[in-house]
Design a protein around this ligand. Structure first.
Ligand code: AMP
Length: 428
């Protein structure tokens, strides 16, 4: 992907190019379109991911569009709050660098320095104000700043602002802003406190989260269900039905298998729809809307179709077929357990997929626990295939000897169709 395709103005693209950036970072390519479209946004990203440009570029774009830059007395139209003066200075610098071809004015205000130069700057009028909460409140107290015209609010490193005890200051500032505005919240972590803050502040936010490379979130519980390939669909329906799951994203490798599975689930009485590249944009939007509203319980997707999906609080992801590329597994399960919520990722794995499973476990550097449903086990005549580089072998499916083929640190549980059967399956 290039910067050109994001929809930013020529002036901004020129500034980006002057800076020497050729491709947007993941947080930039994901966040910029949402911000340009006017959505509120919850961004899970740490410093170093390129998040500053991720919000600064579209913020500048939108301010230019809303076009009041020529007013002599410029009201503050974008407010960026940061926890520290270093970060404020850094963001302020980005605003100057990316906005160098635009007729916008900005100021950075933080404590520990004289207030007079800041007063002068504010008096002259600024479009974009970058501030730490304490010093901003000083200015508010002196009536040197008017926040009643703010169109875009950014809370940068919100978790750090709360850690530093700024919540009351932030709330005081928020009370002075117009209700109608676009709010972007960036945080490296999503504590209960952050969730609480965002609940009152963000309206239907787009959620953009960049995981550190190839690490699966600890909030996602992962499990493998070994199963005969012919029984997968039955097991899937059983899992969804018996647990009464209402919102499940299911992954398949091909468009064709997505369609077929969605049809079969519907036949089983579980409302499902498929989403993939062969569907028109309209059909995809409708499928997603139905899934989000709860009209359909299951969305069956290919890896590519799922990339652009924006679904908050998705509780269950099921790999009906493992991906061919191990990294895609991490992307898939990263669709759940977002924004501090718990998530569950299940993989239905048949004997043909043990090599793919092996690749995934090698990438994750750990073994994923197996939970076996006796009723759905593969044909016992199928020979066990080694996994984990000889550290262990898969249980001989259907065999009665549960100990023979178990990896040293394996952790398996058996279920029967009627529910959990307590079983001496844990062994270390
Ligand atoms: P940030 O996470 O915003 O603090 O940015 C981290 C660093 O990445 C900063 O030094 C940026 O200048 C740099 N950076 C931001 N976007 C890009 C990009 N698209 N390509 C290369 N470097 C970038």
């Amino acid at each position: 992907m290039s910067f050109d395709s994001l929809g930013l103005s020529a002036e901004l693209l020129r500034a980006v190019s002057d800076k020497g950036y050729s491709t947007p970072t993941p947080i930039q390519s994901q966040a910029i379109p949402h911000i340009l479209a006017g959505s509120d946004l919850m961004g899970g990203a740490q410093t170093g991911t390129g998040k500053t440009a991720g919000f600064t570029l579209p913020l500048l774009h939108r301010l230019t569009l809303s076009g009041r830059a020529s007013h002599a007395r410029r009201p503050v139209r974008a407010l960026v709050l940061t926890p520290t003066r270093e970060l404020a200075a850094q963001v302020g610098e980005s605003v100057v660098v990316y906005g160098k071809y635009l007729p916008l004015r900005s100021a950075v205000i933080f404590g520990g320095v004289k207030i007079n130069p800041q007063l002068q700057k504010l008096r002259a009028g600024v479009d974009i104000l970058v501030a730490t909460p304490g010093r901003l409140l000083d200015h508010i107290g002196q009536k040197s700043v008017d926040l009643s015209q703010v169109e875009i609010l950014v809370l940068d490193e919100a978790d750090r602002m709360l850690d530093m005890g700024f919540i009351r200051d932030i709330r005081k500032i928020l009370a002075l802003l117009p209700k109608q505005k676009q709010t972007l919240l960036f945080s490296a972590t999503f504590s209960d406190e952050i969730k609480q803050l965002s609940k009152g502040l963000l309206h239907s936010p787009a959620l953009v989260e960049v995981a550190r490379h190839n690490t699966a979130s600890e909030r996602v519980s992962q499990v493998i269900h070994p199963v005969d390939s012919h029984r997968k669909r039955e097991l899937l329906s059983h899992l969804i039905g018996s647990n009464n799951w209402r919102q499940v994203l299911v992954f398949n490798r091909t468009k064709h298998s997505c369609n077929r599975l969605a049809e079969q689930l519907t036949t089983d009485g579980i409302s499902a729809t498929a989403i993939h590249g062969n569907k028109s944009q309209g059909a995809r939007t409708r499928a997603l809307a139905d899934f989000k509203s709860g009209k359909v319980r299951v969305l069956v997707a290919t890896d590519i179709a799922a990339r652009g999906l924006d679904i908050n609080q998705l509780p269950h992801v099921i790999n009906y077929e493992l991906p061919n590329v191990a990294e895609d597994y991490v992307h898939r399960i990263g669709r759940t357990g977002r924004a501090g919520n718990e998530g569950q990722a299940l993989s239905l794995v048949c004997i043909d997929e043990l090599k793919l499973l092996n690749d995934i476990e090698r990438l994750l550097k750990r073994e994923i626990p197996r939970v076996i449903f006796d009723d759905f086990l593969p044909d016992p005549s199928i020979k066990a295939v080694p996994i984990n580089n000889g550290r262990g072998t898969n249980r001989r499916p259907g065999g009665r000897d549960h100990s023979a083929n178990r990896a040293a640190n394996d952790n398996r549980t058996h279920h029967s169709r009627g529910g959990k059967r307590s079983h001496a399956a844990h062994r270390s």
